[in-house]
Design a protein around this ligand. Structure first.
Ligand code: ZN
Length: 648
């Protein structure tokens, strides 16, 4: 448990734009910031961040909240995990309450695994630079290859001792549980023995977007050992190979700034490019890209450039996997490195300027590249050429944008010496195939009618009181501390100011009314408590509330900039801004809330009357009729007060 003062310190320090910008590129638009929503697939930005309100809101999918809610949602973290993440970011020491044995046990397993991997990364990197074995085996390997100290540090490169249980033993001595050592894959259990997975390897930690160590890649340096050159962490609660790309944490800002991401094969390729001053680079760790990995990159840029070594067999094997990038509507380019060179070797052979110039000069469109590569191979063989055309058509067919497809069809028609009509026919045939449709889960806008953005409502929205409850809470949040009326008290001649919050609380409490929606009732209770204490907590208090349901709901309501009272919209006489109308809007909203409550009560009575009629319970019928009558009188009074402003 994190104590309250620490939570407050964290919430005060967390600048929402700063927090979100780390994951979503934002552009300033007036007082707010705008970007592409990370929670749903969109092409036009509807994700808004308000630094003054300290909230975000997506007008496409409806997600809203404060900085902590964002981290929870985005990084799939629990509330305390998200707070700790922000504490790390802003260098705030987290003071935790003493945990009971039971609480300790309950502590999130995921969090424990992450603590362990962070510990392991620290140990390995200490081994590399501080131990004799680490220096002579590991560090010398990197030094010989010209890696600088700060690059090793940036990537938290380490070394795992050769002794088969060195790390496991040390971790156990330092109090880490064997269970977690096995779950992270750092240790392997074989019958009674537990030993290290990575012994004798240099270690490449694999970081999450936010810099947490999720897993490791380990490379053996000795050439005489009969074992795989690279070993990776197995899949675990925290490490999912298909969802992360190596280097994204170190690259994310540069990718967004350069609006381009370079993709290389290995860990050291990524590091080499950093050394050459190119920081917008990631690696898929030698396997073909997955849709999740492509989407991770796509959050920062639409442009991906893949670096290939000049080995034709390798290129052909990798080329198939690239359709998945096209499918996401990204622009794919290829750079072929000179014969016998990989990004690591070539970047070291030439100067940084030459290397960058090479990448820029030699960059080619993927489909052109693929067409020529395959054409060369097919030469005059008609069967091979037919296969080649099918292959190219497949790549074009997955591209979501119609215009892009059209351009490619035109170009390929010339290169392949085949009519555009035939290519169109083939492309359309493929696009219509069910197998393709289901694979392409997020078709482009031309392929599906685009529904207008809908802000999801709670499922209970059909309940009578939904809108009027929502409006009362919104007014409390937005205008709670505003002056509602000012009166001279007759007894002492003192001036008394009633705030909107005073007024609403008084009205609702005096009629003993409750909100149907839990979160709104909770917000109301807090207003009531604070109003009775004579203090107004302010909208920030709710936006930063420790109950994520309250903070989300508050952010959602506060981010509806132009939502007017329904009453005024109906009347279509609305001219002034809302705060000039407080004296009308607030009482109207309260009356509407009351009348909705009465109407829902009348509905209940109607049902009860029917039941009573069935059983012939005359006494009950009379009692219910009396209630019904009283409620209708109350309703009439409200309706008179509201005048003709609303139809009840
Ligand atoms: Zn969204």
């Amino acid at each position: 448990m994190i104590d309250r003062p620490t939570i407050e310190k964290i919430l005060d320090a967390a600048q929402i734009v700063d927090v979100i910008q780390e994951f979503v590129p934002l552009k300033k638009r007036g007082v707010n910031y705008l970007g592409l929503c990370p929670f749903h697939n969109e092409k036009t930005p509807s994700f808004t961040v308000s630094p003054s309100k300290e909230i975000f809101k997506c007008f496409g999918c409806g997600k809203a909240g404060n900085a902590v809610n964002f981290i929870m949602e985005h990084e799939h973290l629990s509330y305390p995990e998200a707070l700790k993440y922000l504490a790390r970011k802003y260098h705030i020491e987290v003071v935790e309450k003493e945990l009971s044995a039971e609480e300790l046990e309950k502590q999130n397993e995921r969090e424990s695994l992450l603590i362990l991997t962070a510990y392991a990364a620290r140990q390995f990197s200490e081994n590399l630079i501080q131990s004799d074995e680490g220096i002579s085996v590991g560090l010398s390997y990197f030094r010989e290859r010209g890696f600088r100290q700060n690059t090793l540090k940036k990537f938290e490169i380490g070394y795992s001792f050769e002794k088969r249980d060195a790390f496991t033993k040390q971790a156990l001595d330092d109090g880490y549980k064997q269970d977690f050592l096995i779950k992270t894959g750092l240790s392997i259990q074989h019958e009674e023995r537990v030993f290290d997975r990575f012994s004798g390897r240099v270690m490449f930690p694999i970081h999450s977007l936010s810099g947490q160590v999720l897993g490791f890649g380990g490379r053996i340096l000795k050439s005489d050992v009969k074992t795989a050159k690279y070993v990776n962490s197995p899949e675990s609660e925290i490490y999912h190979k298909s969802r992360i790309v190596y280097g994204i944490f170190q690259a994310r800002k540069a990718i967004s700034k350069e609006d381009r991401c370079y993709l290389v094969e290995g860990y050291t390729d990524v590091m080499s490019l950093h050394e050459a001053g190119i920081e917008n680079v990631v690696s898929s760790s030698g396997t073909s890209l997955t849709q999740e990995q492509v989407r991770l990159i796509k959050r920062f840029t639409q442009n991906i450039t893949i670096l290939f070594d000049g080995d034709p067999a390798g290129i052909k094997a990798s080329i198939r996997g690239i359709d998945i990038v096209l499918e996401e509507g990204m622009n794919v380019r290829i750079v072929l490195l000179p014969d016998g060179e990989d990004p690591d070797s070539y970047s070291k052979k030439v100067s940084n300027e030459e290397f960058l110039k090479y990448l820029k000069d030699k960059e080619r469109d993927f489909i052109h590249f693929k067409t020529e590569l395959l054409l060369e191979e097919a030469s005059d063989d008609p069967v091979r050429k037919a296969n080649l055309i099918r292959d190219i058509v497949r790549s074009i067919a997955v591209i979501p944008e119609t215009i892009t497809r059209t351009v490619y069809i035109k170009e390929c028609s010339t290169r392949l010496e085949i009519t555009e009509e035939v290519l169109y026919h083939e492309v359309n045939k493929l696009r219509q195939q069910a197998s393709f449709q289901s694979r392409n889960k997020y078709p482009g806008p031309e392929d599906l009618p685009v529904p207008p953005p809908v802000i999801p409502k709670p499922v209970e929205q059909d309940v009578v009181t939904y809108y009027s409850e929502k409006e009362v809470i919104r007014l409390l949040l937005k205008f709670g501390s505003a002056e509602f009326e000012r009166e001279i008290r007759s007894e002492d001649g003192q001036e008394e100011v009633t705030t909107v919050s005073d007024y609403i609380v008084r009205e609702i409490v005096s009629d003993d009314l409750l909100f149907d929606y839990d979160t709104w009732q909770k917000i109301f209770e807090e207003f009531r408590f604070h109003t009775e204490q004579g203090i107004f907590p302010g909208d920030k208090y709710f936006v930063k509330h420790e109950d994520p349901a309250i903070s989300r709901s508050s952010a959602d309501l506060l981010s509806e900039p132009h939502m007017l009272s329904r009453i005024w919209i109906n009347k279509q006489t609305y001219v002034e801004t809302e705060d000039m109308k407080i004296k009308d809007i607030v009482p109207d909203a309260v009356l509407k809330f009351k009348s909705d409550k009465i109407q829902s009560r009348l509905k209940e009575i109607m049902t009860q009357l029917k039941e009573a009629a069935k059983t012939g319970d005359t006494e009950r019928i009379l009692a219910l009729q009396k209630k019904d009558q009283n409620l209708r009188i109350a309703l009439k009074m409200i309706s008179d007060k509201l005048g003709n402003r609303i139809v009840l």
